[in-house]
Design a protein around this ligand. Structure first.
Ligand code: GDP
Ligand code: MG
Length: 687
């Protein structure tokens, strides 16, 4: 085995309350990494370590924990279930090699399961499923298994562990591959469950794998190694998802899940060399060889940056190539900055244990600044390359644009003074959080993905930076685009008191781009102009500033291309302020001439509710200008709808849905697209 073969980097994904945190705790306990098992209710779990998480009983920030099972090192990332913390889910999936999807054995596939699942599929991640809470009365393994068939769609769920008993009776879990049993049950019941499950597994696997097919056709009972190998091939190619089950609360069946992680999921090297891995990273092994050192250059992805937070400043990184050790110099390819690696840590939620020998490819670790030094500014998704290594950028992480915003002001003078730096640190660790101080009013606007997201950000300002803020009403973060193309030439001219004339002319074109294109700025004239660099930079700055602050309503622009066609001056000396003003004027004129179209963010909303209430929910969604896309029954007398709903209609939706359904419905919403604001609907307040 080469280095890293005995590592598994796994993300645990699930709907909120399915039992991710409890399962993580149980996995640690089962592997001996934890002597005591913490409980979510008591706020004593390892992975829910932020104060807000313990208070709210939900996981907000992904925690990485490590455990060892049968000689395999398993790095687990417990992701938050709440979609407002989508950046956390996204960044975890990007650095993972496989996922474990946890489903609640009572509620089955829930509103958010699909959203998270679609993300995992996008990254081509091999997966296991774990049907949890089978100790609870009313849990229904067969029902949830059949629901996963619909959810998984392109991959086939194959039960490799099945329950016997459970609910009112004691729970036992039978391992279908080896026939082992966890828990107590009658021998006849176990034998019956095992033979039925084995037949189903063989049949399912036979359709996916030639070798398994041969056994199936010949009616041969394959050896368990043959079965395991066939299963592993189908998992790595994304054709099958093995389904396990049990109870995170009691630990029943959790050993078989650990076995499946070690036996069926890919090592970091297997992930990188898989078709999905090559597509995502595109690393050519030859480019990574350091000729002098005779080893590979280190290449890392920044997963997350922690600053000014207990237990200290560090960056959590995934190592894709080479090794990470103290004293190594690196370049942040995305920022163009450099730094030196200080101590390297094993991550165990919020505890850092120093690794004196550093860490190697395949690992997820943390590193801090050198003594007395500071980490350079780094952001989630950045690629770090060892000094001298190739200029490569690993796949970007994709984060949605913020859709809600809040105006914020410090309570005391001291709070106001410290607010910008505190916000900068929060936003550095969370790419879906943005803030902007308005240059004229000094007002700060904080924007994010949801109400809970912004609320937690404000709480973190208090707990992590001691900055208290007053907030305005939550608002929709509108953007705008232009209605048509326009080409303008604007001239700025002013005679100063000393008789000097400032004069500059800028020609530019503005045009709308398809939805989702973002902003594009082209400056073809730079090739031929003789203007000095500071004037060219002034034009760029004015264009960027106008795009960000919008014109004339103060709404930032998106889906727009600006092409600076030319710039000139009649004066002997080109003046930077003159070009700045001319470019600002040109942007204002261009937007005015092209016409501004306000876009409103639209969310993809999923609601699950009892069947007899789903009609009310749909009527309410329609009244909120929503468009229903899907409507389907779920387990246990529930139904689910999917709709596109303007963000503006979802402010306080949680409270309103609760009162509409007596608290029996749940929903998730994630940013989907921007659409033109219909006539007659109030939009952004103009400034
Ligand atoms: P998360 O939101 O996915 O992290 O879910 P938690 O781990 O916080 O669990 C949600 C609730 O379900 C908590 O009250 C847990 O104690 C409970 N729970 C989790 N797993 C099980 C289980 O296997 N059996 C039972 N009976 N309760 C469980
Ligand atoms: Mg949790």
């Amino acid at each position: 085995m080469g280095a890293g073969d005995a590592i598994r980097n796994l993300g645990i994904i699930a709907h909120i309350d399915a039992g991710k945190t409890t399962l993580t705790e149980r996995l640690l306990h089962e592997t001996g990494a934890l002597r005591f098992c913490g409980a979510v209710e008591e706020g004593t779990t390892v992975s829910d370590y932020l104060q807000q998480e313990r208070e709210r009983g939900i996981s907000i920030v992904s925690a990485a924990v490590t455990c060892w099972w049968r000689g395999v090192q398993i790095n687990l990332v417990d992701t938050p279930g709440h979609i407002d913390f989508t950046a956390e889910v996204e960044r975890s999936l990007r650095v993972m090699d496989a996922v474990v999807a946890v489903f609640c054995g009572l509620r089955g596939v829930q509103a958010q399961s699909e959203m998270v699942w679609r993300r995992a599929v996008r990254y081509g991640l091999p997966a296991l499923a774990f049907i949890n809470k089978l100790d609870r009365d009313g849990a229904d393994f067969a029902q949830v298994l059949s629901q996963t068939r619909v959810l998984l769609d392109s991959a086939r769920p194959l039960a490799v562990a099945v329950p016997v008993g459970g609910g009112a009776k004691p729970l036992a879990v039978v391992d279908v591959l080896d026939g082992r049993v966890d828990g107590e049950a009658a021998a006849a019941e176990i034998a019956a469950a095992l033979s039925a499950a084995r037949a189903q597994l063989l049949e399912g696997l036979g359709e996916l794998d030639d070798e398994a097919m041969a056994c199936y056709v010949e009616g041969r009972e394959p050896a368990s190694e043959v079965l395991t190998a066939a299963l592993r091939r189908t998992v790595l190619s994304g054709k099958a998802v093995p389904v396990l089950c049990g109870s995170a609360a009691t630990g029943c069946g959790v050993r078989f899940l650990l076995d499946a992680m070690a036996r069926l999921l890919p090592s970091p090297a297997e992930r990188l060399s898989s078709p999905a891995g090559r597509r995502l990273f595109g690393i050519s092994p030859a480019a990574l060889k350091s000729p002098e050192a005779g080893r590979d250059f280190a290449v890392l992805t920044v997963m997350k940056v922690f600053r000014g937070a207990w237990p200290g400043d560090y960056a959590a990184v995934r190592i894709y190539s080479g090794g990470l050790r103290r004293g190594m110099r690196f370049r942040d390819v995305n920022r163009g900055t450099c730094g030196v690696v200080g101590p390297v840590y094993r991550l165990n939620a919020a505890e850092l244990a120093e690794l004196p020998d550093g860490a190697s490819a395949g690992e997820i670790v943390g590193f801090g600044p050198t003594e007395g030094g500071e980490l350079p500014p780094m952001f989630t998704g950045d690629t770090l390359v060892e000094e001298g290594g190739p200029e490569l950028r690993l796949m970007r992480m994709r984060f949605p644009e913020p859709v809600f915003s809040l105006s914020l002001a410090g309570v005391s003078a001291e709070d106001r003074r410290r607010l910008p730096e505190a916000l900068r640190r929060l936003a550095e660790a969370d790419p879906t959080l943005r803030f902007r101080f308005h240059p004229d009013t000094g007002e700060c606007r904080l924007s994010g993905i949801g109400e809970l997201h912004l609320e937690v950000a404000r709480e973190r300002l208090v707990t992590e930076a001691g900055v208290h803020t007053r907030a305005g009403q939550i608002q929709v973060a509108y953007r705008c685009t232009v209605a048509s193309a326009a080409t303008v030439e604007s001239e700025f001219r002013r005679v100063l008191p000393n008789g000097i004339t400032l004069q500059a002319k800028v020609q530019l074109q503005i045009e709308p781009l398809p939805r989702g294109s973002g902003l594009v700025v082209d400056t073809p004239f730079r090739e031929s102009t003789e203007l000095p660099a500071d004037c060219l930079d002034a034009i760029d700055a004015a264009v960027q500033e106008s795009l960000a602050s919008g014109s004339p309503s103060g709404t930032p622009l998106t889906d727009t291309r600006v092409t600076v066609l030319g710039a000139s001056t009649s004066q002997a000396e080109a003046s930077e302020p003159a070009f700045l003003s001319a470019a600002r004027m040109a942007m204002g004129d261009a937007v005015a001439q092209a016409g501004e179209v306000v876009l409103e963010p639209v969310m993809r909303l999923e609601v699950s509710a009892p069947l007899n209430q789903i009609g009310n929910v749909m009527a309410d969604v329609t009244a909120r200008r929503g468009r229903i896309l899907q409507n389907e029954p779920l387990a246990a007398g529930n139904a689910r709808i999917v709709a596109l709903v303007p963000c503006a209609s979802l402010i306080s939706y949680a409270t309103q849905l609760r009162s509409l359904t007596g608290g029996r419905a749940e929903f998730t919403a994630e940013p989907a697209c921007d659409e033109p604001l219909p006539a007659g609907v109030p939009g952004p307040k103009t400034r």
